[in-house]
Design a protein around this ligand. Structure first.
Ligand code: B12
Ligand code: SF4
Ligand code: SF4
Length: 263
């Protein structure tokens, strides 16, 4: 059953990018299964935010949460290395991936329904409280519990292979064995080696070896929003160009030793 779900997600992305209207290219997604009864999910509010929702708020008889990572191709990441602003390609990849997520989720929910089980997504995951810059649903915390990665100094969840891409999660009542969190850190610095390259790349000072300042980061992401909103906000959609502004930056995930470990 787990292999089937993985195949459905991977095949969906492969087919989706063939559409004429899509410019973004993705690599093969990684998929994991998080145990709703694990200590890190039962106590998720302590790890993330006191108003974080619980799996049973999404699906009453939840058993495991599917977490998946859709990695960008290297050309998208490389397009974002130079310049003070997020590249157009990076911004569009953010937008096209976010547009693809509801379609993948709808497909997987339908497939699980056909298997005789149920699945649902958290509708709050795309929103966050502007005063504290936290969401009531952390895809990454769940993805970490599902064994997809560990957190880096760049505050990104780094898989065994990379960190350039986006996550989503689907709560299910599937009777499958959950995966376990990784034991070894994927961030070189956290593994006791010298690194900190991501800190040097951050234009806002949001990153240090000790902590992440989400407010400084937000200022930079918002500058990018304004830039692309001014450039494209009122224009008719043109293939390959951003559809207006998005709160992006991503200089802390490109051109790093942990950005890409597989082709
Ligand atoms: C709000 C938000 C923002 C805000 C606030 C920044 C932030 N990181 O919180 C702003 C707009 C500034 C922002 C910026 C960015 N974002 Co953003 N954002 C979100 C959003 C919507 C919610 C995150 C949130 O509030 N989580 C709650 C917090 C508390 O938990 P968390 O950070 O997810 O996880 C923490 C806990 O697990 C905790 N933790 C883990 N283990 C343990 C153990 C113990 C003992 C404790 C106490 C805690 C603890 O540490 C984790 C990291 O801080 C998520 C989507 C989502 N719903 O998950 C995307 C998301 C985090 N963003 C993402 C990205 C890519 C970005 C940007 C690169 C922008 C871009 N696309 O160009 C930057 C990167 C900033 C950075 N270095 O973190 C990706 C991350 C992918 C990845 N590889 O990790 C996400 C997951 C979106 C997605 N669908 O993939 N983001
Ligand atoms: S660049 Fe180095 S310190 Fe920063 S997250 Fe990657 S491995 Fe860790
Ligand atoms: S997204 Fe930009 S501002 Fe935010 S931490 Fe990464 S490099 Fe710094």
């Amino acid at each position: 059953m787990k292999d089937l779900i993985k195949k459905y997600i991977k095949d969906f992305v492969k087919e989706y990018e063939k559409q004429e209207s899509i410019s973004t290219t993705w690599r093969e997604p990684l998929v994991g299964f998080a145990d709703v009864n694990s200590e890190e999910i039962k106590n998720i509010r302590e790890y993330t935010y006191e108003r974080h929702l619980m799996p049973k708020d999404i699906l009453e008889d939840a058993t495991v949460i599917i977490a998946y990572f859709v990695p960008f191709t290297k050309d998208i990441a490389d397009s974002n290395i130079k310049g003070a602003f997020a590249s157009e390609k990076w911004t569009l990849a953010y937008q096209e991936t976010n547009e693809m997520f509801p379609k993948i989720n709808e497909y997987i929910v339908k497939k699980i329904d056909e298997m005789g089980y149920r699945a649902a997504v958290c509708k709050e995951a795309g929103n966050f409280d502007n005063n504290i810059l936290k969401s009531k649903w952390s895809h990454r915390h769940i993805a970490k519990v599902a064994g997809l990665g560990t957190f880096g100094i760049n505050n990104m969840l780094i898989t065994e292979e990379d960190c350039c891409g986006r996550y989503f999660t689907i709560v299910t009542n599937l009777p499958v064995e959950a995966d376990k969190p990784l034991k070894e850190e994927n961030c070189l610095y956290k593994r006791g080696k010298s690194c900190g390259v991501c800190v040097k790349h951050c234009p806002s000072g949001a990153l240090s070896l000790e902590k992440f300042d989400r407010f400084k980061c937000y200022e930079t992401c918002h500058t990018n929003f304004n830039r692309y909103e001014n450039l494209y906000g009122n224009k008719k959609y043109e293939k390959g160009k951003p559809r207006g502004g998005s709160e992006v930056c991503g200089k802390c995930v490109v051109n790093l030793p942990c950005s890409f470990k597989r082709p």
